[in-house]
Design a protein around this ligand. Structure first.
Ligand code: PLP
Length: 675
């Protein structure tokens, strides 16, 4: 990471209005950075541009007045206008950035999963059952896990934990429903095993999944000490190697699980201890975001073969756990690209059921209960991160028209190298675009060299940049008709794009965008009945040049700019980032001490349209300082003493000291983001 803080920002309030701005002459294309919004633009055009139907799975649409709408229940006609929600939250003092959760979408996803497996079981006459466990590592936020626990009751879904703290939380959450399946994955020592014993004694339906041999020894010993019959699972290190980002989850070098010889050692040991019938579950995890159904098929085949082998050896198996990995189609392309999937939920369910059934039938083994640990697919859709644009940095802000350039050239006031730039700008024509661009690059390079040795003054240097960018804009505009577009000119679109500075921290709220270049659907929440005539990348408010988003979804490949609207005076502009319910905010870090964002849960209301069901306020400045051992009161006292010294030294008046101290104090209890 490189640290940097300098960016030229046009405040949202004084952004130059761009509607109809056409300072660089007429141009044909819509993709150029400066173009006039089309008069005939419709909400349908916006839906197509942002590909809502492709990634939104019917959960999102656009209202006639151009607002993004969340479809909570299409059968009942329940929908919520997200722009109205943001305005309403603002009225309540809940400001962006805010993670807006929709429990109804979570409910719909859980319902879809249950229905897909029910259909597959029915179609195949499968004689076992299906259940899902939600791996809380995917998003451990209490408000969400409580919802999953609550909504999962009707489907009999359970929870998966991967560590002691996760188990302690889940034990308490299931006090009233001890029958729910709890799968315990992750490395285990004595204390983790003790917690499993306690949970079992308390009547919880816990399966302890053994990752290595020492764990099974601990479990057997503890079960004797506490007179508990443990439910034991074993995690298999699959040989079938998966693909994509998480391919390290399988194969010989996988971090978790037992090889076949290791598995056989566990079986021998349990048999020698007279506990082989406690081995109830076989588990594997092929990796997260599995994008290719063929890979899943191969892994399942191997898992099922091992299952029937173990069953034949006398293990008390009744559960087969296929792990997580059910993918999310982030870009809506339905391909086996890392951030897409080439299969549907129905196909996934049918594949899992059929594969397991056919191997069991062949071996004459009873059909087990199928368990999935899909987390990403269950919770991604329910949460939308909304941020407000604080301002924009726009290269064309200083662009010159041809008339202005011609007048400057005619004035004879400029040295030859600056004149060369003007000439390059005026000479741009459809038949010599690449050449004009090269001329401009050359003229600018020479000018920069002269400036560095003192042969150009600062004003001339500023003019050189203006002329250069004006030339690039003109070239880019005319280049839209070229097919194919030369690569150098393709890159120009991003170079000329705006930077929209957004009130968020990528490191806190979208860590996967930074860490693994993941793409998420991003679009404005409103003004969708207007053409978004500008193109922008997004910069966050951390002092880090990595705190940016410059990868956006599009039909093929990844787009480097996002279509956005011009900013208007005194009017907020909201951008929404979708499918962020899994692995984002809870994995984020405190870079620059930007903490958790505000979180709300929104539900449908017949009369008002919607209501706020739950609010979890984001971290205050004092809280994030506290995580790093700063004591807010101590900080305040230190500044109070400093103010007193300054009052004595007459650098501050007593009234100034009081006002500024009050601001310091309320800063400690304020939001970490721009308020
Ligand atoms: N189960 C295990 C053991 C995991 O390690 C993971 C995550 O990597 C999951 C389930 C959840 O995976 P996903 O969210 O991709 O469904």
């Amino acid at each position: 990471m490189t640290m940097e803080s300098e960016t030229e920002v046009v405040e949202a309030s004084d952004a130059i209005p761009r509607t109809g701005d056409d300072t660089l002459g007429d141009g044909p294309g819509r993709r150029v950075t400066v173009s006039s919004p089309s008069e005939t633009w419709s909400i349908k055009d916006s839906a197509e541009l942002y590909r809502i139907d492709e990634w939104g799975m019917g959960f999102f649409s656009i209202s006639d007045d151009g607002h993004l709408v969340v479809e909570l229940d299409t059968e009942k006609g329940h929908s919520v206008d997200l722009y109205e929600v943001m305005c309403g939250l603002d009225d309540r003092g809940i400001s962006a950035p805010v993670s807006v959760g929709f429990p109804d979408l979570l409910k719909a996803k859980m319902q879809e999963m249950a229905a897909a497996f029910a259909a597959a079981i029915d179609e195949n006459s499968y004689r076992g059952e299906y259940t899902a466990v939600y791996p809380i590592k995917v998003n451990q936020h209490r408000a969400l896990v409580r919802q999953v626990e609550h909504l999962g009751r009707r489907h009999g879904f359970g929870l998966e934990v991967g560590s002691k703290p996760e188990l302690l939380a889940v034990m308490a959450l299931t006090v009233d429903h001890p029958e729910r399946l709890i799968i315990c994955n992750g490395f285990k020592e004595q204390r983790y095993v003790d917690h499993i014993m306690l949970a079992t004694k308390l009547g919880r339906h816990v399966v302890a999944v053994v990752e290595n041999f020492s764990e099974v020894e601990l479990l057997v010993k503890a079960s004797r000490a506490f007179s508990v019959r443990p439910r034991i699972g074993v995690r298999l290190k699959l040989d079938a190697v998966t693909t994509g980002r998480w391919q390290g989850s399988t194969g010989d070098k996988a971090k978790f699980g037992l090889t076949i010889p290791g598995l056989l050692d566990v079986v021998d040991y349990l048999r020698s201890e007279g506990m082989l019938e406690c081995l109830e579950l076989l588990h594997c995890h092929m990796g997260s975001q599995l994008s290719d159904i063929q890979v899943i098929n191969t892994g399942l085949q191997e898992l099922a073969r091992v299952y029937v082998g173990l069953a034949g050896m006398g293990a008390g198996l009744c559960l087969i756990d296929v792990g997580g990995g059910l993918g999310v189609d982030y870009d809506g392309s339905q391909t086996n690209w890392d951030f897409s999937t080439n299969y549907s939920l129905q196909e996934y369910a049918a594949t899992v059921v059929y594969r397991i059934m056919s191997v069991c039938d062949e071996a004459g083994v009873a059909h087990p209960t199928i368990v999935t640990e899909a987390g990403r697919a269950m919770v991604s859709h329910h949460s939308v991160l909304v941020t407000n644009v604080l301002g924009a940095s726009q290269i064309d802000r200083h662009a010159l028209t041809d008339e202005e350039a011609a007048a400057e050239l005619a004035s004879g006031n400029h040295p030859p190298i600056v004149r060369e730039g003007f000439e390059a700008l005026l000479a741009v024509g459809p038949d010599r675009l690449l050449e004009s661009y090269h001329d401009a690059l050359q003229a600018r390079q020479e000018a920069l060299t002269r400036f560095s040795v003192g042969l150009l003054d600062l004003e001339q240097r500023g003019l050189v940049d203006r002329v250069f960018w004006s030339t690039c804009l003109k070239v880019s505009r005319l280049a839209q008709t070229l097919d194919p577009l030369p690569e150098e000119l393709t890159e120009l679109e991003q170079k000329l794009s705006d930077t929209y500075v957004c009130n968020l921290s990528v490191f806190q709220s979208l860590p996967d965008s930074w860490a693994i270049d993941q793409v998420f659907p991003i679009m404005p929440l409103h003004r969708l009945d207007e053409e978004p005539a500008r193109r922008a990348t997004i910069a966050d408010i951390t002092c880090d040049s990595d705190g940016k988003i410059d990868r956006f979804i599009q039909l093929e490949d990844v787009a480097t700019v996002l279509p956005v609207h011009d900013l208007r005076d005194h009017e907020p502009y909201y951008l929404a980032i979708f499918l962020v319910g899994a692995y984002q905010e809870t994995l984020g870090d405190l870079h620059n001490l930007f903490g958790d964002t505000n979180l709300v849960h929104i539900r449908f209301d017949e009369e008002e349209g919607w209501y706020v069901d739950e609010v979890v306020e984001g971290d205050t400045v004092g809280e994030v300082l506290g995580y790093l051992q700063y004591d807010s009161r101590g900080l305040f006292q230190a500044i109070r003493r400093d103010c007193e010294r300054s009052v004595r030294a007459k650098r501050l008046t007593a009234a100034e000291s009081r006002a500024l101290l009050a601001a310091y104090d309320s800063g400690l209890t304020g939001y970490t983001y721009l308020e």
